[in-house]
Design a protein around this ligand. Structure first.
Ligand code: TEU
Ligand code: CA
Length: 562
């Protein structure tokens, strides 16, 4: 397997609005990030992925960009950003910026021009269509609910927006659009950024003719995803981007690609195809969604998790590269979703970290995950800020007549604001995030769960993450070993091996509050064993043949085979 720095790296995602507020206006900012870089250095991460900091009216917290080459007022100025980059690099931390080019803000100058007239030079930067029989051009639903089309009075046509109506989709068929994007990418790369996380990059190519989607039961609009996800020209566009921009820099790229299968994952990440280094797949975070999508919530099962993770591990092995994540700014908190955020919060957060970081791929830590931050239950919909959540609440309560309390339960389980409550730095007011009034309320559990407490406790989730990151630096097998699932049918234990040359890792994780027994498969024999990490005290003389596991226990052994 080819070595690469981005395979050996651990990435930390910062959602700047919620990270640290340096000036008391209640909103996290770039100077706040600078203030906390020593904390990230202490944790030991190699790369920061920074969610968007560009100029934005914040309809979708920065994922609606009105100027790609400037910084959002609330976050600071270009000088602050430059200082941040310099301070990161001083500490050996690389910076990956968010690239949001499926759409812009409707306040971007291109769109302001485009909507003026049908013959405006910028018209064709976006996707405009006349209505059909007095209705939208097709039946696609927006990812944030309602129609994906918005009627514009001035010219009497509709524009496409796969997300909010303030996020018009760019027309990638237009070579001028692609040129603008590449120039903008070079602008940031020449400033020294070390890569891009590419927002919904597999949605940039739409099937010509924009055909109607299959109608959905009980819903007004249809899913058009098969006509815009992994569309006909997406690989051509990415190869062009790679040729024109990416190949000229030593950077890392990760595509956000909802709905990809491993087959497509390989098309995006096979190095010989010259597209991206890795993608975020969504299958494992979709295991608790029913046929009705994200809000059609059902329980996930360990059996499915094994199937999904193993499929991605095996299919990309030697052919592409995985990114490993359990949460981000769009997903609920991992410990609340896959672990136990009550009695065994600490144990299960460490178990999940072990489970993820020992797999093959580049691990991503989402801010707060490293201290075991949890989901939140705010009493009222008024406490929520996320556009997707607010739209969904309105639609389900007002249009479908659902019981508001039931809708709140969905939000408590799946809402994006679970991940967006302010970072919990200490037990002072507003968790030390701000001296002002935070833009979104702090999770009330900050008195117990916070960075200050985690740093002071050698057994904290934080110190466990730190150790996992260090292990990755010390053992090639964690990065380059091949993966194999063992104990496939065990209902509580997820166990797997990694193999490289004469060495094997045994990763044992108990996904339950029960005490299942681990039995080493007969075909695994070894000369010596070494315990690399565990979330409980372990007697190192204990054999591997049969282990009585404790609730949410995790252990990693390194075996010498001969
Ligand atoms: O997300 C795209 C995406 O497909 C989903 O994860 C989506 O955010 C949502 O959770 C659907 O249920 C990216 C960004 O990560 C997200 O924050 C943005 O809102 C979105 O694109 C639009 O830019
Ligand atoms: Ca601020």
């Amino acid at each position: 397997m080819e070595r690469a720095w981005w395979k050996e790296a651990v990435v930390y995602q910062i959602y700047p609005r919620s990270f640290y507020d340096s000036n008391g206006d209640g909103i996290g900012d770039i100077r706040g990030i600078i203030d906390k870089l020593d904390y990230l250095k202490e944790l030991g991460v190699d790369v920061v992925w920074l969610s968007p900091v560009y100029k934005s009216p914040n309809d979708d917290n920065g994922y609606d960009i009105s100027d790609y080459r400037d910084i959002m007022d609330e976050f600071g100025m270009m000088e602050d950003w430059e200082e941040m980059l310099e301070e990161m690099h001083k500490r050996g931390i690389k910076l990956v910026m968010d690239l949001v080019v499926n759409h812009t803000s409707d306040e971007h100058p291109w769109f302001i021009e485009a909507r003026k007239s049908k013959d405006n030079p910028y018209r064709d930067y976006y996707i405009w269509r006349p209505g059909k029989n007095g209705k939208e051009p097709n039946n696609w639903e927006s990812c944030f609910g309602g129609s994906a089309w918005e009627y514009d009075d001035t010219t009497g046509e509709y524009y496409l927006h796969l997300f909010s109506k303030k996020q018009p989709d760019l027309n990638w068929e237009n070579p001028k659009v692609r040129r603008e994007v590449y120039e903008m990418m070079k602008f940031w790369l020449d400033k020294g950024v070390d890569g891009f996380r590419m927002d919904v990059i597999n949605m940039i190519s739409k099937v010509p003719g924009l055909p109607d989607g299959e109608p959905q039961k009980g819903k007004k609009y249809a899913s058009g995803s098969r006509y815009y996800m992994n569309g006909p020209r997406v690989h051509e566009f990415l190869q062009e981007m790679n040729r024109e921009v990416l190949s000229k820099y030593d950077i890392m790229t990760v595509g956000e690609t909802p709905g990809v299968t491993p087959k497509e994952g390989i098309l995006y990440t096979d190095p010989s195809r010259h597209e991206l280094n890795m993608v975020f797949q969504f299958e494992h975070v979709g295991l608790d969604s029913g046929p009705g999508g994200k809000w059609d919530i059902r329980p996930w099962s360990l059996a499915d998790l094994k199937k999904t993770m193993t499929k991605w591990q095996k299919e990309l092995e030697g052919r592409g590269w995985n990114s490993l994540y359990l949460n981000n700014h769009d997903q609920p908190r991992a410990v609340s979703r896959f672990g136990d955020d009550g009695k065994y919060r600490v144990e299960s957060a460490k178990m999940l970290a072990t489970f993820l970081h020992m797999m093959q791929g580049t691990p991503y830590i989402y801010q707060g995950e490293e201290i075991g931050m949890t989901n939140v239950r705010f009493p009222s919909i008024e406490d929520y800020r996320d556009i997707e959540t607010l739209n969904m609440y309105k639609e389900h309560v007002e249009e479908y007549g659902e019981d508001p309390q039931k809708v709140m339960e969905k939000i408590y389980y799946k809402g994006r604001d679970n991940a967006r409550t302010p970072m919990q730095w200490d037990d002072s007011g507003h968790a030390g995030f701000t001296t002002g009034t935070p833009w979104i309320r702090v999770n009330p559990n900050y008195k117990e769960i916070n960075v200050k407490a985690a740093l002071a406790d050698p057994n904290s989730v934080f110190h466990y993450y730190k150790k996992l990151i260090q292990l990755r630096k010390q053992h090639d097998i964690i990065v380059y070993g091949t993966y194999d699932l063992i104990l496939e049918d065990d209902p509580y234990i997820y166990a797997y091996t990694r193999t490289l040359g004469n060495e094997k890792l045994i990763v044992i994780t108990n996904f339950s509050g029960k005490n299942p027994v681990f039995r080493l498969p007969d075909d695994i024999t070894y000369k010596t064993k070494e315990l690399l990490i565990s979330n409980y005290d372990v007697d190192e003389t204990e054999g591997l043949k049969k282990i009585h596991l404790r609730p949410w226990e995790a252990r990693v052994y390194k075996l010498r085979l001969s």
